[in-house]
Design a protein. Structure first.
Length: 203
């Protein structure tokens, strides 16, 4: 691990400090609590922030959100912890702007605890995001197909009403055939019987 105390990055820190958006990202990167896996990685992180003021703004917003978080027991996150988490968020959101290979960052806390995380390579992040994009598009396609099939499936109530209408139609036609002397099949006679019985009773 490499901290700023062992690497000469004065120029990058000077640029970062001179920006209007200089904030606790400077405090984190300039402290002995923060360490990177190599001098090149440390310099790459420092340079990315120095050359992109919007990264500092992103860091500030994430840092503020982290500091506003409250645990169930009412406790709050330590500023070093918030800075560490904010740095990870900015790096992952702008992965191509930071050192391309896999690297590690480490932050110590005042109570002796520490946080350590491995940042995946830019290529691995790109592949993971591509896979997520493909999965999202596949889900959208599957949902669209399912919705289309559901729309094409007949409504059970509509099917029932049509069946009843067909029965009524059969009864009416068969009774008409009976009145004109036309022969009917056995099933037709059974369906028409209640109607014919009513006519006999009426007579």
């Amino acid at each position: 691990m490499t901290s700023i105390s062992t690497v000469n990055n004065t120029a990058a820190l000077t640029v970062l400090r001179s920006g209007q958006n200089a904030s606790s990202v400077e405090g984190l990167l300039g402290s002995s609590s923060f360490k990177a896996s190599s001098p090149a990685v440390f310099k790459g992180i420092l340079t990315a922030f120095a050359e992109n003021p919007n990264f500092v703004e992103q860091f500030n917003k994430e840092f503020k959100k982290q500091m506003e978080w409250t645990a169930p027991d009412g406790s709050h996150i330590h500023p070093n912890n918030a800075s560490h988490n904010a740095l990870i968020e900015v790096i992952m959101a702008n992965r191509d702007a930071f050192p391309p290979g896999e690297f590690e960052i480490h932050t110590n806390l005042p109570d002796g605890a520490s946080m350590h995380v491995t940042i995946p390579s830019a290529e691995d992040v790109k592949l993971a995001r591509f896979a997520e994009d493909v999965a999202a598009k596949q889900k959208a396609y599957d949902d669209a197909i399912a919705a289309k099939e559901a729309a094409e499936t007949p409504d059970p109530e509509a099917v029932k009403l049509k069946a009843m209408a067909d029965v009524v139609k059969t009864l009416v036609l068969d009774s008409a055939q009976q009145e004109t002397g036309e022969t009917t099949s056995a099933p037709q006679a059974i369906l028409a019987k209640p109607y014919l019985d009513e006519k006999k009773d009426a007579a």
